[in-house]
Structure formats: C-alpha cells, structure tokens
Design a protein around this ligand. Structure first.
Ligand code: ZN
Length: 292
C-alpha cells in the first residue's frame, strides 16, 4: 500500500502560538477546528497548546452523561439510532491536524532554541555554564603523577576560538582548580600570575603563564584547549611561593576562611570576599585585644 507523508506546515500558525492562552489560543483554534470543537476545548478548560497536547483524548469527555454537554454533543457528534454519540470524522481529523501542527511547532521551537543557544552562548557565559569537568580523580596528587593529566574540560565545539576564548578558559580553569585544590585560596590574574597569550595567526595560539614567583610556564594545547597541568604542577612545587604567599595575605584568619565558601565566578566577588576576610580579621584582632 502506498503511504504518503502529510505536509505539516507550521507557518499557518502564529509564530508565538506556544505562548498563547485563553482567548488568544481559542481564536487560533477556531481557524483550524471550528467554533464547536473550540467550545469543547473551552468547556474542558484547555487553555493553551501545552494542555491540549497533554490531554490523552480531547473527545473523551463526551462519553460522560451530563446535560451541560448535550448541546455541544449535538454540534460535534452524530447521534446513532441507539442514542450513541460519535464525533464527526471531519472534526476529529481537524483536531488531530491541529494537535500535529502544535507538536511540530514545539519541535521546531526546541530545535531553534538549541541552535540559538549554541550560537549565542558567548565565551564567558558558556564557559561558566556549559563546562563539564570530567575525569577528576579523587586525589590531585595521583592526577599529577599519572601520565595523562586528567582535567579535561569540555566545551561547546562550535564556539569561536580566539584569544579571548583561551584567556577565559585558562582563567576559569585556574579559578576552578583553586576552588577545589589549592586550599580555597583564589589566585588572581594580574596579581598572582600573568597570562601571556600570543598568536602567529588566528588559529595558532601559544600561552605562557608568568607565575607570581617569576617562573615562566608554557602551557600545552591538547586539541582545542590549553591544559593547565604544567602550571598546577608548578604551583604545588617547593620552588613556587605563590600559593604560600596568597595563603598569608588572604587567609588572615583560618577559621574564617574555612567558613567562607569562595565563589570564584568573577573577580568582583573575589575582591569582595578578600575585603570581607580582611574586615572580619581586623575585627577579630580588635576583639582579642579587648579580651587580653
Ligand atoms: Zn610560581
């Protein structure tokens, strides 16, 4: 038997139909399913596209014996000789068609928003929200000793990779590492380390970090992103003084620092937290002076 694919043309629907409710929705419905079938939606309080699609059988209510429904039954059903009401096939098919249109519209809108998300998720926000840190083993030391350093950060593949992208990626990675491994001491770019990114052309970037202790660390790029393992290794080495230094300046009060959960999502917050720590610490010192 030959099958034919019905063309479902969602351009027949208003662009923003999915947000329509009540009168707006019923006005559109009328064009597709007619006045009586629209009444059927109203009587069931099906107020918009979503609730329509979630109802298993829109006509199911007609099986209920209820005098209020009788005028509507007369309009949209055929009454058999033994008083059974059967929905007119034309009404049924237009309702099916309307539902299919909305379903397809939902589909299209979902695909579109996924596409838009990919296109517009700008470096800053997307690194913030979409990064998935995987393969982080329980012990960071184990990570360092293994041959493949396992901090793999996955990012959307079609993102525009430019200097800004690399800069953001590296800074965020360092912030994340600090939050998790370096005793919650944030390292601030421009203060604790300097990031130097250069490129010979638009695709070919090199990245180096000048650590606060004056050592220079070259970062290795694996596929799209620079790996920070060299820098982390350096920070944890005996020769580097950066973490120790920042430990002293930021953690003026150990107990306090332990109680503060650092949110290293942006520099402003970091400064604020550092300020808070300083303020609280000097406050504590004043208290202690009073006690002694
Ligand atoms: Zn260093």
């Amino acid at each position: 038997m030959a099958t034919f694919k019905r063309r479902i043309d969602t351009s027949l629907l208003p662009v923003d139909i999915l947000s329509y409710t009540d009168a707006d929705f019923y006005n559109v419905a009328k064009n597709f399913i007619g006045e009586s079938a629209t009444e059927l939606l109203e009587i069931q309080s099906i107020r918009g596209p979503d609730s329509l699609l979630l109802i298993a059988d829109v006509f199911g209510i007609l099986n209920i014996k209820c005098t209020i429904l009788n005028p509507l039954k007369e309009k949209i059903c055929l009454k058999s000789d033994d008083d059974a009401y059967i929905v007119k096939p034309g009404i049924k098919s237009s309702m099916d068609y309307f539902c299919e249109l909305i379903m397809k519209k939902q589909d299209e809108s979902m695909k579109l928003s996924r596409k838009e998300n990919r296109r517009y998720s700008h470096i800053n926000s997307s690194i913030n929200s979409d990064l998935t840190i995987t393969n982080i083993t329980k012990s960071y030391q184990q990570q360092l000793s293994s041959s493949s350093i396992a901090t793999v950060i996955q990012s959307p593949s079609n993102m525009c990779v430019n200097e800004n992208y690399h800069r953001n990626f590296i800074v965020k990675s360092i912030n994340h590492w600090c939050q998790n491994y370096s005793f919650k001491i944030p390292l601030i770019e421009g203060v604790d380390y300097h990031l130097l990114i250069s490129s010979t052309n638009d695709m070919n970037f090199t990245a180096r970090i000048k650590c606060g202790c004056n050592s220079k660390i070259t970062l290795v790029k694996i596929r799209k992103n620079f790996q920070l393992s060299n820098f982390y290794k350096h920070l944890l080495s005996i020769s580097c003084t950066t973490i120790k230094k920042s430990n002293k300046t930021v953690t003026l009060n150990n107990n306090l620092a332990n109680n503060i959960e650092l949110n290293v999502s942006d520099d402003g917050i970091l400064c604020e937290i550092a300020d808070r720590i300083k303020r609280r610490a000097s406050c504590d010192i004043a208290k202690r002076k009073r006690i002694h």
